[in-house]
Design a protein around this ligand. Sequence first.
Ligand code: GLN
Length: 589
Amino acid sequence: MTKYIVVAGGVMSGVGKGVTTASIARILQEYGYKVTAIKIDPYINYDAGTLRPTEHGEVWVTDDGGEIDQDLGTYERFLDVDIPKENNLTTGKVYKTIIDKERKGKFLGETVQFIPHVPEEIKRRIKEASKEHDIAIVEIGGTIGDYENIPYLFAMKGLEREIGKENVTYVLITYLPIPSHIEEMKTKPTQQAIRLLGETGIFPDFIICRAKRALDNIRKKKIEIYANIPSENVISEPDIETVYSIPLDLEKERLGIKILNELKLKPKKVPNWAEWKKLVDRIKSPKKSIKVAIVGKYIDIGDYNLADSYVSINQSLLHAGASLDASVDISWIDAKMFESNDDKIKELDKYDGIIVPGGFGSSGVEGKIKAINFARTHNKPYLGLCYGLQLAVVEYARNVCGMKDAHTTEVNEKTKFAVIDILPAQKELMEKSEYGGTMRLGAYAAVLKDKSRVLEMYKETERLKEDAKRIEALKKDKSQSFRLGVLDTQENQRFSGSKRFLRESKNVVLERHRHRYEVNPKFVEELEKKGLIFSGYHLREDGTKLMEYIELPNHPFMISTQSHPEFKSRLGNPSPLFYGFVKACSKSK
Ligand code: GLN
């Protein structure tokens, strides 16, 4: 049976509840357990797909096409596992299921009420998401005292009653402020958080105390008395340099063993943190350092939010850097800057590499194209992600293939050279369904070209092997197997017309997507003739080839992908393209 750890936050948000939850999960994984993490977002939005990224941070995309808040991303980055969208609960999802069921008459005349129906649906979802795991860690979004997380706390308490206290442990993460005028750490807000949590019938088994400094014994004792838990279960978690050292720090307080004891579990193996520690040491004191410019559309937002809107790219560069013993210094550059002043583009020369990330709409597009042109013509390593691939194709069409005013129809519908376009099948979908429905979302298989540099990178980082296993699993999951396209079905004979495709299909990888437009198949031949290499494609069930990767020969690194490889980067298991990019940047330095 699955055991549960419920994590709630006291005092205020933004103290690192997500990374602490992920760290606890990582620790228990190191003791040999199969662990998953579940995030509860008490808002009424169905998912994060329609949330403003500049306010809520980047939208995380799962393999199975979910659009979720960042926390699932944090869990994946720490645990190095793929977490499905069902591991995210929102109030919107819970109520929608109940109302849909009611409309179908499934309640057989019952009055549908908050209690019991809402907590029942919450428990059903949590059990479903945690099945096949030894331990599930459930993070409740928001802060204790918020009205909207009460149903979830109630549901968890109900789950405890069903399965017994020895199978459920509660962790409260609080914050201890140190007001600058007295320079003294205050425990009062934590005491109040304990009391508020107590009102829901829940008493924490562990209290993790976030603060600027480590907690002293006097304060530990104070919290012990107030919360009625032994002070060894009051854990100090002071500010640190990198979030990846949190599991190591919590283990210094033996948190893993203490939680296992609480859940009546024994370690299944002796933890070995050597590799993780090596990576953390490299993050803290890297041998070399490179400078990367991320050229995007940034309107009226400060540095803090910027990093938040591109968390995954940030993290991917960090992971690649950790594996290569390099730190990556990121500068966010507003693409518009290159549009108004021709000389500005030269400023890109001081960077070791350039990235154009994903994006939507026309703002800053010409500036991004100029930056791509600069990278191509100045031998600067360039990594294009999604929109960054589409605009690299536009740049190449215009400046190498002589297709004047070539464009994506997202920006110029009337262009004679619509090298990026919405494909016919998708147009139909768009006319029929709502806006959100037409995105290509989640993981899709790509067949990589023999001898391509992209293939080399997937081999070097061993992702090719890992993805081969993922593909086997996908074949078995009927609801998701469309993500493979026509691999290994009778259809591929029909489209490839020979056994060639089968042979090629050895080199298949999976990356996540979130976009509408595609490289227009009509222009592929012409672009190829002029030297652009399409190094990977997805073959859709209707026979359409969707281009997934491009690369240029005779350039240190001019590689782009239609996907978002940043969603598949983990510490100790970096994304192949980011790995290759950082390596190229440190070489060209
Ligand atoms: N706007 C482009 C599209 O919809 C790219 C999207 C992206 O970069 N995520 O196809």
